[in-house]
Design a protein around this ligand. Structure first.
Ligand code: FNR
Length: 385
């Protein structure tokens, strides 16, 4: 079985590099400009070392985490990733089914290619991430559609005021929609597993993929060109829009992409139930600090809401460091999509169980029984400025 060959999350990226056509691999794995934000997100974890405690009975250890009044099997979930169904056949469904089986949360991206109503049917605990145009009527219509579909948790991603400079997409010939070219055709031929199991199967069974949820007040497929126009209108978004959503949305509300303590405090004051400290996996403003570096101050500035983090989580020890520095929960992006791309549902199951296994084992080696025992005292700074 292909999935069993992966021994850690990074192995899925190595496998996916061979499996996916170059433009699609580049879209998933890449970032912006110099990839400095991406690199820093991973590096920050290496700047802390554990100080293990010994001779403590760790036989009762548990990885269970409760957020928003619900208990999950682990303190990690799957981050929202747009266009997942280009990399993996029915990507969003596969990811959310894997999350459901493991009892962890999965967040559906607003720029996914599968209708939100289908995804929530596969897993009623799926969360929804929205991109919004700066237009009040459409914001309200979107919130109503998400509520009617049955989602209980809504995220607003706020670090995307304009489209980022993804040079790698241009260099690799990635665009939405994918433009036919000789290069793309050759890429398809040299990556036959993806061409047959993802591309042709999608085309044959579901037709041409469309954005089904972007700015999704319309419940109908949206052409990529219209989505791009909506993206451009997004530079109007401001705190008033958050207040508007809070008045209309009855469920849990999370702001994703917060990096400054004052913004976290403002989100809390506007009635958000949580924030995700995130630099969008290094895919927006290049040179943004690693989320881990700003986490402690954000936790201090917003002590009464749920503080989550994503970016660069690849190991159980990364999850532990983020929790020790103040995160209540974390999310994992790219590795989950690479796993779904190379091995479908089995890949997702394997990725989740590898991460959970590492977390469980390394909690014991650190000498803790519960996530609550992960505190700053478990760590020392070992490098960096
Ligand atoms: C993303 N991310 C993202 N975030 C979001 O709020 N909406 C989206 O549609 C997307 N789309 C998306 C696509 C792909 C291919 C990737 C890799 C990422 C960002 C994502 O939710 C998350 O913040 C980062 O991926 C976390 O970093 P790691 O775990 O990938 O390092």
């Amino acid at each position: 079985r292909i999935a069993q060959r992966a021994l850690c999350l990074d192995d899925f990226e190595t496998m996916s590099r061979r499996h996916l056509p170059r433009p699609i691999f580049g879209y998933v794995a890449g970032a912006t400009e110099r990839n400095a934000a991406l690199a820093d997100s991973a590096r920050a974890f290496t700047e802390y070392g554990f100080v293990p405690r010994v001779l403590r009975d760790v036989s009762q250890r548990s990885t269970k985490a409760t957020i928003f009044n619900r208990e999950w099997a682990a303190p990690f979930g799957i981050a929202p990733m747009g266009l997942s169904a280009l990399a993996a056949y029915r990507g969003d469904i596969v990811l959310t089914e894997g999350a459901k089986a493991a009892n962890i949360p999965m967040i559906l991206s607003g720029s996914s290619l599968i209708r939100m109503e289908e995804v929530i049917a596969a897993n009623p605990d799926t969360w929804f991430q929205a991109y919004l145009p700066g237009d009040a009527t459409r914001v309200e219509a979107l919130v109503d559609r998400v509520a009617a579909a049955g989602f209980g948790t809504l995220l607003l991603t706020v670090d995307t005021a304009v489209l980022p400079n993804r040079e790698n997409n241009v260099r690799n010939g990635f665009s939405t929609p994918l433009r036919p070219s000789l290069r793309l055709a050759l890429d398809g031929i040299t990556h036959p597993m993806w061409s047959i199991n993802t591309f042709l199967k999608t085309w044959r069974l579901h037709g041409m993929p469309h954005f089904e949820n972007s700015f999704a007040e319309r419940g109908a497929p949206i052409l990529a060109s219209n989505v791009l126009r909506d993206f451009t209108a997004r530079d109007h978004l401001n705190w008033e829009h958050l207040a508007l959503i809070r008045r209309r949305w009855p469920g849990w509300l999370i702001v994703k992409g917060v990096m400054h303590p004052e913004d976290a405090a403002r989100a809390a004051a506007e009635g958000a139930d949580g924030v995700i400290v995130s630099n969008h996996g290094g895919r927006q403003l290049d040179g943004t600090s690693a989320p881990l570096r700003v986490l402690p101050e954000i936790k201090a500035a917003a002590p009464n809401i749920t503080v989550m983090l994503d970016g660069g989580i690849r190991r159980g020890t990364d999850v532990m460091k983020a929790l020790a520095l103040g995160a209540d929960f974390v999310f994992v992006g790219r590795p989950m999509l690479h796993a779904a791309a190379v091995a479908g549902r089995e890949g997702v199951d394997r990725a989740i169980s590898l991460l959970l296994g590492e977390l469980e084992r390394n909690m014991a080696l650190l000498g803790v029984n519960s996530l609550a025992e992960l505190t700053p005292e478990c760590l020392i700074r070992v490098g960096g400025p």
